[in-house]
Design a protein around this ligand. Structure first.
Ligand code: FMN
Length: 176
């Protein structure tokens, strides 16, 4: 059994992270969901805690259960950090080493393999700022899988869709 830290960002694709959490938990892994504050507008902690069997962390204010901050404890326990879906904003934070929330702080403290599964509007993805941030994290050794081309929730067609849940789960399993 491995410890999977599942980072979830503020994207319409965030609901798919619930399926990923469920599949990995059923496969016997210890899954800990860490949400950005914006992710909570798209998916509820109640869903994630029920499917992952572990408390969901989304705010520094919740880190009062133990003396060691949860984002540091989880970073030390992680066998893999998977970001599903990864927003343009969070990828930018990762690239620049910014740590405004629990997930971005955990990224800096983590030394396990990092798998980033982006999802965003195709214009956001194509923007030179996003592309530069993606190259920065790849150069650092993080894996970026997707996005793929398809119909997007914003009503357009292009590159920006989160890769499918089977692909996400199999990439995580392969790294483990
Ligand atoms: C309906 C809706 C859907 C969104 N979908 C995405 C998305 O798929 N990818 C993305 O990068 N940003 C998306 N955004 C914008 C992000 O929520 C916003 O950039 C936010 O600051 C991301 O915060 P986070 O990275 O801390 O989760 C969306 C916003 C709204 C209102």
């Amino acid at each position: 059994m491995a410890t999977v830290v599942l980072g979830i960002c503020g994207s319409i694709a965030a609901y798919k992270a619930a399926d990923v959490a469920s599949r990995l938990t059923k496969a016997g892994h210890d899954v800990h969901c860490v949400c950005t504050p914006t992710a909570l507008r798209f998916v509820t902690p109640l869903t994630l805690v029920t499917l992952s069997h572990h408390p969901v962390i989304s705010s520094f204010d919740e880190e009062t259960v133990d003396w060691i901050p949860a984002h540091i404890a989880l970073a030390q326990k992680a066998d893999v950090l998977a970001i599903v879906p990864a927003s343009a904003h969070t990828i930018a934070c990762f690239a620049q080493g910014l740590a405004p929330n629990v997930l971005t702080s955990l990224y800096l403290a983590n030394r396990a393999p990092v798998l980033i599964f982006p999802a965003m509007n195709s214009l956001m993805w194509d923007h030179p700022a996003t592309q530069k941030n993606v190259q920065t994290v790849i150069t650092r050794g993080n894996y970026v899988i997707g996005p793929e081309e398809g119909d997007l929730a914003c009503g357009t067609h292009g590159k920006g869709r989160l890769v499918d849940v089977d692909t996400i789960v199999s990439h995580i399993q392969r790294v483990l």
